[in-house]
Design a protein around this ligand. Structure first.
Ligand code: SF4
Length: 378
């Protein structure tokens, strides 16, 4: 379970162009708003000054944080350092597009304390990258990765998407092998999900592209489990693999249902017993911060029952599962006291297993995880 301190997330909702599968809170062609947005973000950070909060991890996500200049990231980190207690060497991640960066840029980031890079590779095949509408090519990934390494970034994660329309098992294997060839510390693999009204979803629904095959996606997942295990990566979360000790500490806070504060337009938080969201419009966010109004647009108090259910289904995303003792420390009793019926049924279906005081998904349960999670939400 989470130890003292929260995860601090900063949302950078700008992209140079929109990818064809994306439905994130992010915009293209609004870069002219970056200076005003950063001013508003600094104002929001400063609002936490004097509250005695510790940020044990910092995460710049987006959108495309690598569109920001190094000095702009430095300005945000300075404001964070003045308003939060940040332990030395705190995991500080920046999401980057392989088309951005450069040796000087990464050196500057390392000098500012950025010690982890999450590189949105998605695929090592130019045709697939075009299909996804990515603005980088395959060659950019290796170049940017090498520059980041040379600049001293010792902890690099690569994101890949699998199960693209028309992608076969062999093509996915090649992507995995190309990724492994770079020797990243961490890999995140996401099955393509066709989000409503995105250009890719429309192309599939109009019959211009084949529907991704869920059985083939499952085969790809199993292939990845085998290959990454052989290569020395530990599968620690449904979609995430890491070299020992290189698990993403920031994301572990989410899965352990710990506190995090998401600042910026469209960011989400779980803080002081509430889940909340900030306004998603960049202009609205800037306006609210300029006029001293709260940027929070939605907030829900999380009562003990919901907190327990969330702790279960978030914790089950972890391959190590939910530890009885940690759960009991938080809620007074182990999971079986509250979810006995569900656990018994799911163990009977071979979707969950109990071992060494931990409750976790079976390999079959990992393929049907959403069905398991639903059971805990009633
Ligand atoms: S770069 Fe990321 S956030 Fe931006 S449009 Fe593409 S997938 Fe979405």
């Amino acid at each position: 379970m989470a130890t003292e301190g929260l995860g601090l997330y900063l949302h950078i909702p700008f992209c140079a162009s929109r990818c064809r599968y994306c439905d994130f809170v992010t915009w293209a062609r609004k870069e002219h708003l970056i200076p005003a947005y950063l001013e508003a973000l600094v104002r929001e950070i400063e609002g936490f000054h004097g509250k005695g909060l510790a940020a044990k991890t910092i995460y710049f996500g987006g959108g495309t944080p690598s569109l920001l200049k190094a000095e702009e990231i430095g300005g945000l980190l300075r404001a964070i350092g003045e308003s939060f207690r940040v332990p030395p060497g705190a995991e500080t991640t920046l999401e980057a597009n392989p088309a951005d960066g450069g040796l000087g840029y990464f050196k500057a980031l390392v000098g500012l304390g950025v010690n982890r890079l999450s590189l949105g590779a998605q695929s090592f095949d130019d045709g697939e990258l075009r299909l996804l509408g990515r603005r980088h090519g395959a060659a950019d990934i290796a170049r940017t990765f090498t520059q980041a390494r040379e600049a001293g970034v010792e902890n690099i994660s690569l994101d890949l998407i699998y199960g693209l329309p028309g992608q076969g098992l062999g093509a996915f294997r090649q992507n995995l092998e190309s990724a492994l060839g770079l020797e990243p510390e961490h890999l995140s693999l996401y099955a393509l999900c066709l989000e409503k009204a995105t250009p890719l979803e429309k192309a599939v629904s109009w019959g211009e592209l084949p529907d991704p095959d869920p059985d083939l996606q499952a085969e790809m997942y199993l292939l990845a489990e085998g290959l990454l295990d052989e290569a020395g990566y530990r599968h620690y979360e449904l979609s995430n693999w890491a070299k020992p000790g290189r698990e993403c500490r920031h994301n572990l806070i989410y899965w352990e249902n710990g506190p995090y504060l998401g600042l910026g337009a469209g960011a989400h938080s779980y803080f002081q017993g509430h889940r909340s969201a900030r306004v998603s419009s960049i202009e609205d966010y800037i306006c609210r911060l300029e006029s001293g109004e709260s940027p929070i647009s939605e907030s829900e108090e999380i009562g003990p029952e919901l907190e327990m259910a969330e702790t279960m289904f978030l914790g089950l995303r972890l391959v190590g599962g939910v530890e009885d003792r940690a759960f009991a420390r938080r809620f007074g009793r182990p999971p079986c006291s509250f979810f006995g019926t569900q656990i018994e049924e799911l163990v009977g279906l071979a979707l969950l297993e109990e071992r060494d005081g931990c409750l976790s998904l079976t390999p079959r349960g990992r393929l049907l995880a959403n069905q398991v999670f639903c059971r805990f939400l009633g």
